[in-house]
Write a protein that binds this ligand. Sequence first.
Ligand code: ADP
Length: 483
Amino acid sequence: MHIENRKLFKQHAFINGQWVDSTDHQRLAVYNPANNELIGHVPLLTAKQTQDAILCAQSAWEKWQKRPAKDRSSILRKWFELIIDNQEDLATIMTTEQGKPINEARGEILYGASFVEWFAEEAKRVYGDTIPAPSNDKRIIVIKQAIGVVAAITPWNFPNAMITRKCAPALAAGCPVIIKPASETPFSALALAELADQAGIPPGVFNVVTGQASTIGEELTSSPIVRKLSFTGSTEVGKTLMRQCADTIKKISLELGGNAPFIVFDDADLDAAIEGVMASKFRNTGQTCICANRIFVQDSIYDEFAEKLTATVRQLTVANGIEPTAEQGPLINTAALDKVKEHVDNAVQLGASVLTGGASHELGGLFFQPTVLSNVSPAMKITHEETFGPVAPLYRFTTDQQAIELANDTPFGLAAYFYSQNIKRVWQVAESLEVGIIGINAGIISSEVAPFGGVKESGIGREGSKYGIDEFVEIKYLCLGNM
Ligand code: ADP
């Protein structure tokens, strides 16, 4: 891995402004998914070290929340600038541990940084309220205060942006954070910690703990000091964490799995729909929670759409993400590869046909061929589970009502996409889909200015936008009497 700023590649956890090892000297190895080479190690912290990190964050809380919002804002702004200055090194670290094409990694660094910039600005705008009182001798005021110590547990698919999307609003609101990054991608998190330190974020305010997820997760969720958990990851782990948070009634934000429908109506601009589905389905090699997972195409345009999509997918360049031409990288690990294979095999057994791809890629290892499946039906596994890989399953539908029913027939409700040029249809469909985010004639929907989050089993809460900071404050009502 060639990075100019070697200070960014850290193999220690970061607690209270110090780079630390595990007190019992245990370490966790991290491998490059493109070639299985060892990248380095991070400490397997003990439960006691996690408890210490929580105490340090608590001690740092008061001073941090009492700093003028303008100060917190300038420190976040400095962090943003450092992230931008180090974009290339951060992207290289990310591609090495996560596998995504280097161009996508560069894009993620900008996307991740955009949350820091946005919440540096929002830090100054945590406004309260005055409310007309029910009697003349009273005055009613509402203030917003930092909730306290925040735990952020983040996934491997966006090793930078999932951290900034949680931490920037928390820090802006005046909360200290403890981040538990995914074990597959700790180095992106630790590089962010180095830059946070350089930006002047005080000791104890930004901490990164590495190690066994369940051990650290138990400490973070059971501690009464931790007042907020923000988690992005699988629905299964999200449910476990929600249960664990019940005993201390923590405020929680969960951004969990999706099963995004992508509907192409007969009046769609087909080329735009192909472009949209490529962006939505194949970004990050199909490993995003808002990736199109089921592509519904109206009868009369189905064959033409399938043909065009297949031709476009065949042109994708699959390679080690560090190569500048790569458009599709490896999957993250063997379990991910096995799931993709299982979904494809099950679909084929139950009658789907493979229009392109359908098997492991000739590069071997964790590479899978970009795939298009036709004649997919609700009986298949791929319909009900998130595939999280480069597989586009096509379903045929006839009426709008049928498309809406198929789209909503899932416990998940994160993102949906649809293509139509008819304004009446656009409104009707947009209002009927049970999701938190909809791309209408758009395949790329994520932005720091817009609220990201799901309904049903896809989660609780919103990240980014003017709403994002609400997750990290408590509302306090002050009643002034005897006026
Ligand atoms: P994915 O399927 O994307 O790997 P996971 O939900 O398994 O999603 O992982 C998301 C994050 O949750 C990672 O940081 C992972 O280490 C962490 N995690 C997994 N299991 C637990 C657990 N029992 N307690 C706390 N964190 C966990």
